[in-house]
Design a protein around this ligand. Structure first.
Ligand SMILES: [Fe+2]
Length: 317
């Protein structure tokens, strides 16, 4: 790991930087790597600026969620809306309530965030020597003490912590931490990202303490869960692919279809072999021939109101 960055407030985007470890060279997406950064020193993430961001972001695209408590780890997230609140009121509700906000694709929706995303991805490419594709940056703003349940993402993820503390608990990718049936159903859009959690998995987990100035990326499809500390959290969630990650995703897709057709194949490709490359190519053909289901979004079941009050909506929107 390189020396931590000097804590100097960036005047502009050009001074934002990330210090990734040298071992990341050519291993992006294959292991867990931590970096230090100085993005959290930017005034862009003050309460006032976050409220402005929530005003500028298209309200109909704002992801508002409530999670069951950690003890009820199998419970599903509830999806909400906030059509009548100001940005400042939404932020207040997060600070005092149990709310998780996701501003997806903020780099495309809000011009000021494009340069921020470009810096992150450029630093990842430079540090790893690997191309990044399908880049997408979201802003996550979440209440104190919230727990995000055990799940996995098909794209690679780089999480950049800006405000507050939290733990991200990352598990190895593959069996037994995720079953072949579960990953197959996920890539075929037959289920959501949440996976079956067993506390016995914890002995194999890596716990990363996230505080402002820390960034982390982990292996593709590694399941993880997140426990917020006793403070509002603000993070950037940067999703992307690499050429090898696309091959793996396509091989997962082919394996999932073969398993549904009764073939006895493991869902996770073991390594990038000729067979994996063939399966990745086959996925492009199969996707055209076999229509996979399109997962419908989680219906909106509550409205967030002033002071963080929750109004249940009886009819799904
Ligand atoms: Fe995730």
């Amino acid at each position: 790991m390189k020396e931590p960055l000097q804590p100097q407030a960036p005047d502009g985007e050009a001074q934002l930087s990330y210090a990734w470890p040298e071992e990341m060279q050519s291993k992006l997406g294959k292991a867990l790597f931590q970096a230090t950064h100085n993005a959290h020193l930017s005034p862009q993430f003050s309460d006032e600026k976050l409220a402005e961001l929530l005003e500028a972001y298209p309200r109909e695209k704002l992801g508002i969620y409530r999670f069951p408590t950690y003890e009820n780890a199998s419970g599903k997230a509830e999806h909400g809306c906030a059509p009548h609140l100001t940005g400042a009121e939404i932020l207040k509700a997060v600070q005092t309530g149990k709310i998780w906000l996701n501003l997806r694709a903020v780099n495309r929706e809000v011009p000021e965030y494009k340069a921020l995303a470009d810096t992150i991805f450029e630093d990842l490419r430079t540090a790893s020597g690997v191309s990044t594709l399908k880049e997408d940056m979201g802003v996550l703003i979440s209440s104190p003490n919230i727990h995000v349940h055990y799940h996995l993402d098909i794209p690679l993820v780089c999480l950049v912590q800006l405000r507050g503390e939290k733990e991200i608990i990352v598990y190895p990718a593959g069996d037994p931490y995720v079953s072949s049936d579960e990953i197959s159903d996920l890539v075929l859009n037959l289920k959501d990202e949440q996976m079956h959690y067993d506390a016995a998995f914890d002995s194999a987990a890596t716990v990363v303490e996230m505080s402002p100035g820390v960034a982390v990326t982990w292996p593709q499809t590694a399941p993880h869960r997140v426990q917020n500390g006793n403070s509002m959290n603000v993070s950037l969630s940067c999703e992307f692919m690499t050429p090898e990650a696309i091959l793996k995703a396509n091989a997962l897709h082919t394996n999932a279809i073969l398993r549904k057709k009764g073939w006895n194949v493991a869902a996770f490709p073991k390594k990038m072999s000729v067979v994996t490359l063939f399966k990745a190519g086959l996925a492009r053909v199969l996707k055209k021939l076999i229509k996979t289901s399109v997962q419908s979004p989680v219906p909106i079941s509550f409205e967030l109101q002033a002071d963080g009050q929750i109004r249940p909506l009886l009819e799904a929107a």
